[in-house]
Design a protein around this ligand. Structure first.
Ligand code: NAD
Ligand code: UDP
Ligand code: UDP
Length: 311
């Protein structure tokens, strides 16, 4: 039995990860400050004696004896990470330093949840890990993008300087049950709007693209990455290469919810990436043929089922 720390464990992705790790017979410490996460996401795990829930802010030092760390703590929706941008960058940077310091002290293996946002508004399409990105250092998305880029640097430097066993994944847009209904990201917004019969808010002309991954596929990739060859550090892209425009996503959500909602066009936020699609060849090669199995329609139906319980 391994003792595993999941920071941000009460969030959307973190809660699925905690559940999977417990099911595999591990002892799990879930750490969260509940900024965007919620006890409700993990309340069903509280009966398990091998699950421990800790209220803690990862910008402060944390002490525990663990074998592995999944560093997931950080708001992921632009609405939330822009609410307090200084706190967002502190969470990424000081959070990385504290979890890496912990990993160094107890000789734990540590995985960083990085993001496709390190590619910014990409000029290379689809994005391979070798692409260095096109990121504005002083825009409204910078607190998130640059925080995550700096965290990647810290991970690499703790590895080379202090011999910490690290893994870095770059997650592309992921959706599924337990996303916060007020999360502000496009999938949750569109589904909640469609279920309530409200207008679907399309930012810009809706022709910008994203590639949407269902959460179960991501969790499978995360676990495979943690258990991959120790010499493989990443970064590795984890995403579903099927790419859609926001207009296509809106059409699918309206159809699958049988909604009467109409489209409402709103201004495109500053620095909004125009296109995004992961190149997943490295993941396939290094993670035992990993690839996403759940396509958009099937994943949306599961997510819609969840959001219906939140109305
Ligand atoms: P989320 O907002 O649901 O989860 C983040 C969790 O971190 C929340 O529970 C929040 O309360 C917690 N948290 C935030 N700041 C904290 C702090 N200072 N101390 C302790 N806990 C803190 O988002 P998510 O979608 O589950 O994202 C999880 C991770 O994956 C994040 O690091 C995010 O950047 C990364 N990621 C997610 C996506 C995606 O599409 N879901 C894409 C790229 C990267
Ligand atoms: N740290 C932590 N838990 C630990 C060990 C370290 O939170 O179990 C924090 C510690 O407070 C420090 C940071 O991790 O601020 C980085 O630790 P490191 O040993 O790399 O640096 P130093 O303590 O020498 O500044
Ligand atoms: N978006 C939209 N309507 C919304 C929320 C988002 O059209 O109500 C757009 C947003 O402008 C972006 C895309 O959907 O082009 C994905 O946005 P999200 O916030 O989900 O993620 P990110 O931009 O970080 O990929």
């Amino acid at each position: 039995m391994k003792r595993i720390l999941v920071t941000g464990g009460a969030g959307f992705v973190g809660s699925h990860l905690c559940e999977r790790l417990l099911n595999e017979g591990n002892d799990v410490i879930c750490l969260d400050n509940y900024f965007t996460g919620n006890k409700e996401n993990v309340v069903h795990l509280l009966d398990n004696p091998y699950f421990e829930l800790v209220r803690h802010d990862i910008t402060e030092p944390f002490y525990a004896e663990v074998d592995e760390i999944y560093n997931m703590a950080c708001p992921a929706s632009p609405v939330h990470y822009q609410y307090n941008p200084i706190k967002t960058i502190k969470t990424s940077v000081m959070g990385a330093i504290n979890t890496l310091g912990l990993a160094k002290r107890v000789k734990a293996k540590i995985l960083q949840a990085s993001t496709s946002e390190v590619y910014g508004d990409p000029t290379v399409h689809p994005q391979p890990e070798s692409y260095w990105g096109n990121v504005n250092p002083i825009g409204i998305r910078s607190c998130y993008d640059e925080g995550k880029r700096c965290a990647e640097t810290l991970f690499m430097d703790y590895h080379s300087q202090n011999d910490v066993a690290i893994k870095i994944i770059r997650i592309f847009n992921t959706y599924g049950p337990r996303m916060n209904p007020n999360d502000g990201r496009v999938v949750s917004n569109f589904i909640m709007q469609a279920l309530r019969g409200e207008d679907i808010t399309i930012f810009g002309d809706g022709k910008q693209t994203r590639s949407f991954q269902y959460v179960d596929d991501l969790v499978e990739g995360i676990i495979r990455m943690m258990n991959s060859d120790p010499k493989f550090l990443g970064p590795v892209n984890l995403g579903n290469p099927n790419e859609f425009t926001m207009l296509e996503l809106a059409e699918a959500v309206i159809r699958l919810t049988n909604s009467n909602s109409k489209l409402k066009f709103m201004p495109l936020p500053q620095d909004d990436p125009k296109q995004r699609q992961p190149d997943i060849n490295l993941a396939k090669e290094k993670l035992d043929g990993w690839q996403p199995n759940i396509q958009l329609e099937e994943g949306l139906l599961e997510t819609i089922k969840y959001f219906k319980t939140k109305i």
